[in-house]
Design a protein around this ligand. Structure first.
Ligand code: AMP
Length: 548
């Protein structure tokens, strides 16, 4: 497949409003692709480059991309930024810039889908001092051979934000339809191998191949997630529940094979080098080859420390030895997904738990199994008194469903009105804070994963937190005009508010009253932010309560 053909498919998809027509179009393309092209197409059409399990990062920021495009078009980088500000979209801007260039250039090679993938993979593999130069060279080469339409989608792929509304759900359905396979089997295989590209290849070989999939060591799977609920209704619906403390730290997945181990964060980044102490503790706790799921917390004087302390450690790349002296990190293991070559996710939780206790000697989170709301209620009070966040109630018969926020895990914690939202823009601060961002534009997501602005937040930040925000966001700037900047979306924060209001000021029709910053949630990925549906829901519940 030529990259131009791929771009044309994207263009068509971008113009299709309905989900079914999208699935239909993708399902007609898939059988025409070679085995090598199929997984690449699948990832690209979702705006991804590498399998979801892969910690590989492209590492091209907006700035490098603009520099490459400017060079190819023979204009200044500032001019590129100006056009992006005018069009409000990097893809459209690059399309416009390359259309002007096209009239003047004669030499260009045809780009294939696989050429683009190989070049991008090579960029991701470049490290070291020369890497920026090398990356720029490849970016120039790619844009040098790209026409306007190719450039539009190439730039969006480089920023991993394709904006054509094709999410995992649509692609799963398209694979099922293209290769005549039950969509449950596609989803199930995806949960275990965490790469729809690979799933498509297996689906082409037949349903039996899909059924055989196993979790592989060092290919992290998505974490199973929880829904909010209450003790009473959880027990009424399910009978006896397995209750554990809800630790307020950071999620990890630990993979061990013989003497080797890796740890992954909730976003499936490899965080082993940031947490050598925790990895060491877990290595010593078992002689088996395992994948463990757990939460790491920081302890000082016997009590858990604020969650921010833990997150900072996850981010930390240097000076690990000094901090590890100060803060003790303790893993709490609550699940096992793989044991000595066997995939366990389809076993009932109670069965997985028995294996866990059998093979892991330390750090297994204590558990109480009970159908008595009073017993669980007492445990909840104990959890809060000990400084934990609350309880997790788990259905003993439930499988482990990677990436699913279902009813089999119920979180019980004190009610707070907070939302996890994506930071998509900011205004520069004033006075003393003029060199930092002062207020931030926040977005939720609609059902297709598009970001919908919801509110600005300017209060609740300490000076230190504003500096931290700046450090995390400064190389995500996509465009800037006057005092306003736009970011490549990626960072998630938790905000409090007093009320959700209807508002014509934002396209989603809602705004937050008195928003305030609570904490960074850079352990969460952008697809975990609040949905517009959720906001609507909260708004109507709030109206029913006489507020708003
Ligand atoms: P939330 O982030 O509020 O959706 O809550 C779910 C998170 O709680 C999980 O992703 C874990 O990081 C964390 N957690 C803490 N303790 C547990 C536990 N015992 N079982 C499962 N998840 C836990």
């Amino acid at each position: 497949m030529n990259f131009l053909e791929f771009a044309r498919v994207c263009e068509q998809l971008e113009g299709i409003p309905g989900r079914l027509a999208m699935i239909d179009l993708i399902s007609r393309v898939l059988p025409t692709l070679s085995d090598e092209e199929l997984p690449v197409f699948i990832r690209f059409v979702m705006g991804r480059i590498f399998p979801d399990w892969s910690p590989e990062k492209l590492g091209i920021g907006p700035s490098l991309l603009y520099e490459g495009v400017a060079y190819v078009a023979g204009i200044r980088k500032e001019e590129v930024v100006r056009i992006i500000n005018r069009t409000g979209d990097v893809g459209k801007a690059v399309e416009e810039i390359l259309a002007r260039k096209e009239q003047t250039s004669f030499f260009s090679e045809e780009l294939s889908l696989l050429d683009v993938y190989r070049e991008l993979a090579a960029i991701a593999a470049t490290g070291g001092v020369r890497s920026q130069k090398e990356k720029l060279r490849v970016v120039r080469k790619l844009f040098g051979n790209a026409g306007p339409l190719e450039g539009k989608y190439l730039s969006r792929i480089m920023l991993e934000d394709l904006r054509i509304g094709v999410g995992e759900g649509n692609v799963r359905e398209a694979i099922a339809r293209a290769f005549r396979i039950d969509s449950y089997q596609v989803e199930h295989a995806f949960q275990a191998i965490n790469d729809l590209g690979q799933v498509a290849l297996l689906a082409r070989e037949g349903e039996e191949r899909l059924k055989e999939v196993r979790i592989e060591l060092f290919h992290p799977v998505k974490m199973m997630l929880a829904q909010q609920g209450s003790i009473g209704s959880a027990i009424a619906e399910n009978g006896a529940m397995a209750a554990e403390y809800k630790y307020d730290g950071s999620r990890f997945q630990f993979h061990k094979s013989g003497g080797t181990c890796r740890m992954y964060s909730r976003k499936l980044e490899d965080v082993t080098d940031a947490l050598p102490d925790v990895a060491e503790l877990l290595m010593k706790s078992t002689n088996h080859d395992v994948i463990l799921d757990g939460e790491v917390i920081a302890i000082q004087d016997g009590r858990p420390m604020p969650f921010q302390t833990v997150l900072r450690r996850f981010r930390r790349k240097y000076g690990i030895d000094e901090i590890r002296e100060e803060i003790r990190m303790i893993p709490n293991v609550f699940d096992i997904l793989h044991l000595d070559g066997e995939t366990l996710i389809d076993l009932p939780f109670s069965e997985r738990r028995s294996r866990l206790i059998l093979v892991v000697q330390d750090y297994v989170a204590p558990q109480v199994m009970s159908a008595d709301p009073e017993v669980i209620g007492t445990m909840y009070q104990d959890a809060l008194a000990a400084g934990h966040e609350g309880l997790m109630l788990k259905v003993p018969a439930s499988p482990y469903t990677p990436g699913v926020r279902g009813k089999n895990w119920i979180k019980i914690k004190p009610a707070v009105d907070t939302l996890d939202l994506a930071v998509i823009g900011a205004d520069w601060g004033e006075g003393k804070r003029a060199h930092l961002f002062g207020s931030f534009l926040l977005a939720c997501q609609d059902s297709s994963g598009s970001l919908i602005p919801l509110s600005k937040v300017a209060t609740g930040f300490s000076d230190e937190q504003l500096q931290e925000m700046y450090a995390l966001l400064s190389d995500r700037v996509i465009s800037e005009s006057g005092k306003e900047v736009r970011f490549e979306p990626g960072l998630v924060i938790e905000v409090g508010y007093s009320e959700i209001q209807m508002s014509p000021n934002y396209e989603g029709g809602f705004a937050l009253r008195f928003p305030r910053f609570i904490r960074l949630r850079d352990d969460k990925s952008i697809d975990e932010i609040e949905t517009l549906e959720g906001i609507r829901d909260r708004h109507s519940r709030q109206s029913a309560n006489g507020k708003g």
